[in-house]
Design a protein around this ligand. Structure first.
Ligand SMILES: CCCCC/C=C\C/C=C\C/C=C\C/C=C\CCCC(=O)SCCNC(=O)CCNC(=O)[C@H](O)C(C)(C)COP(=O)(O)OP(=O)(O)OC[C@H]1O[C@@H](n2cnc3c(N)ncnc32)[C@H](O)[C@@H]1OP(=O)(O)O
Length: 215
């Protein structure tokens, strides 16, 4: 049986391809470091040309956000799993036979915290995201109000990180989920999350308001 993808299906064309190319650029910059100093002026000029070319296509922010949320299926733009977001790794999560989620990701130097290892904030983001998707797969669209993280072992840059997440239950408007990040057999991060259902109209309205309307 073919496994079900819980996150956006990556494409190898269009905006997804641009986002992938930009990730390669970021990775190259972080690996090169100051070695590119002598060539920096030319690199900046080339990059600015590209930025202007892309910017010419950009609608204003409220319109862009509205378009993003009209897209069907899992989010394509968030900073964890967004295939359209060059800042995301991106993370793909698959549905296991028991309904829990599993995925694998490898992170480069752009995500470094302590020497040679992944930044704790990045691990927290991976967990927040996976826990949120686990709830959504169980039928509960909910936002995080609490995330309890234990960093048990540092995660080396370049290692294959296994992401596990599961929905644990519901108590009124509150929804619980938990997960882990593992490298091989080693559990490096554990997390439990409390989420609040977006089921009442005022909560949905709060998150639907666009930046300009909130000012
Ligand atoms: C990447 C996409 C993210 C979009 C998520 C949007 C929707 C989800 C849709 C689909 C899901 C799909 C994928 C999701 C993937 C990733 C998820 C990423 C998640 C995030 O990245 S999300 C951003 C960070 N998140 C926030 O931005 C929340 C800020 N927050 C608020 O906007 C309010 O807090 C609100 C509206 C949630 C509730 O407010 P309210 O007024 O309606 O309700 P109230 O205060 O009564 O709380 C009700 C019950 O929650 C308890 N409670 C409240 N706060 C608590 C806390 N801090 N700790 C422990 N318990 C807490 C109370 O104690 C009470 O519990 P009780 O009922 O037992 O008394």
């Amino acid at each position: 049986m073919e496994a079900t993808l819980a996150t956006a299906q990556p494409r190898d064309t269009g905006i997804d391809a641009v986002a992938s190319a930009t990730r390669r650029l970021v990775d190259a910059i972080t690996r090169a470091g100051g070695a590119i100093d002598a060539d920096a002026d030319r690199i900046v000029a080339d990059l600015d040309v590209l930025t202007a070319r892309i910017d010419a296509h950009a609608p204003d922010l409220p319109e862009r956000i509205a378009t993003m949320w009209r897209q069907p299926g899992p989010g394509r733009f968030d900073p964890a799993g967004g295939t359209e977001n060059p800042l995301s790794p991106p993370v793909s999560l698959w549905v296991e036979p028991d309904g829990s989620l599993r995925g694998e990701v490898t992170l480069g130097l752009a995500f470094q915290g302590p020497p040679g290892h992944i930044h704790g904030g990045t691990s927290a983001m991976l967990m927040d995201h996976a826990l949120g998707i686990a709830n959504a797969r169980a039928g509960y669209a909910a936002v995080t109000v609490g995330l309890d993280i234990s960093f048990r072992a540092a995660i080396p840059i370049g290692s294959t990180i296994t992401i596990l997440a599961r929905h644990d239950g519901r108590d009124g408007r509150k929804v619980r989920s938990s997960g882990e990040l593992r490298v091989g057999d080693l559990t490096c991060v554990t997390a439990t999350g409390t989420f609040v259902l977006m089921d009442d109209p005022s909560t949905r309205e709060k998150f639907r308001r666009l930046p300009r309307e909130q000012a």
